[in-house]
Design a protein around this ligand. Structure first.
Ligand code: NCD
Length: 300
């Protein structure tokens, strides 16, 4: 049984295997999907807002020939009656063959795995981790930079690096590859937590021309309003960085601008048609990656 709980769990070999499987899944998708998960059920338990993650998990399961059951609105969940997660998981694990879960609480996916008779896929646990997003991000990077690991690349993370769980998970994956320089670009109050920093990383609080010109990959993020305890702290940083065509045009022609989405105002709509903008392609990669993860976790 293979849970996917944290980006920590993957070796470089695992990553290569998953990326290869995702590329196979992309071919399968082009041929209209597969039936390898026929008769299997994915349960999606989403106790926090989601569009892409839940729907791409569900699309992935349908494209593999499986079915889904979904609890997508916490308002109608027995969680609101006070049911503990352990009980929910034991029960749903008896209905489904695999469970994808998103929760506002750090460590809930790990907790779920302790009680689950079936594989658990972490679709985001509060501000901690989002390993399946990190894998689709890595897949997007690999598709754009096929020499990943043997070529020098500068990756700049921009925005809410404190609460942005996709950043936390992606950094862990990037550490497996040689030749990567990392810049963390954020206001002091939402800078990357200490535990993710390595000696050669650069921390900076302004998005200057050097960052724009030297980056091969800029990974922008939403300021995670829902994680701030004090609204004023959010208001102080909410407009810290806004990517406009004027900024994006300073990037190399070969560079890419990524974002896990949803974007609010941190990338203006005019940027969408520039060649660097890869965030919609990135979101599409969620389907083949999640097909690969479901198939691997189910041993298919
Ligand atoms: C991210 C998340 O939920 O952490 N979204 C996603 O899964 N694509 C990023 C965000 O909400 O800002």
């Amino acid at each position: 049984m293979k849970h996917i709980l944290s980006a920590d769990q993957f070796s470089k070999q695992d990553l290569e295997k998953i990326l290869t499987r995702a590329a196979d899944m992309e071919n399968i998708l082009q041929k209209g999907g597969s039936k390898i998960a026929e008769g299997k059920i994915l349960a999606t338990l989403f106790y926090e807002a989601s569009t892409r993650t839940r729907l791409s998990f569900e699309t992935a399961m349908y494209r593999l020939g499986g079915n889904i059951i979904s609890e997508a609105d916490v308002q109608f969940s027995s969680q609101t009656k006070g049911e503990v997660l352990a009980d929910t998981i034991r029960i749903v694990g008896g209905y489904a063959d695999i469970i994808a879960i998103r929760s506002p609480n750090i460590g809930d996916a790990k907790l779920a795995a302790q009680y689950s008779p079936v594989p658990i896929l972490n679709g985001g646990d509060g501000p901690a981790e989002h390993p399946t997003q990190a894998l689709l991000d890595l897949y997007t990077i690999k598709k754009n930079f096929s020499k990943l690991g043997t070529q020098k690349l500068t990756v700049s993370f921009v925005g809410d690096l404190k609460y942005g769980r996709t950043v936390h998970s992606l950094i862990k994956l990037l550490r497996h590859f040689e030749g990567i320089s990392i810049n963390f670009v954020a206001p002091e109050s939402i800078q990357i937590p200490e535990k993710y920093i390595q000696p050669n990383d650069t921390l900076i609080n302004t998005l200057n021309s050097d960052i724009l010109k030297n980056s091969d990959i800029i990974y922008d993020t939403r300021i995670q309003r829902e994680r701030f305890e004090d609204l004023q702290d959010f208001l102080n940083v909410k407009d810290a960085f806004i990517f406009t065509p004027q900024l994006v045009n300073q990037m190399k022609a070969s560079a890419i601008l990524m974002h896990p989405l949803p974007r609010i105002n941190e990338i203006t709509l005019e940027v969408d048609t520039l060649p660097q903008a890869k965030y919609f392609e990135q979101a599409q990669n969620g389907v083949p990656i999640r097909m690969a993860l479901i198939a691997e976790s189910l041993g298919l």
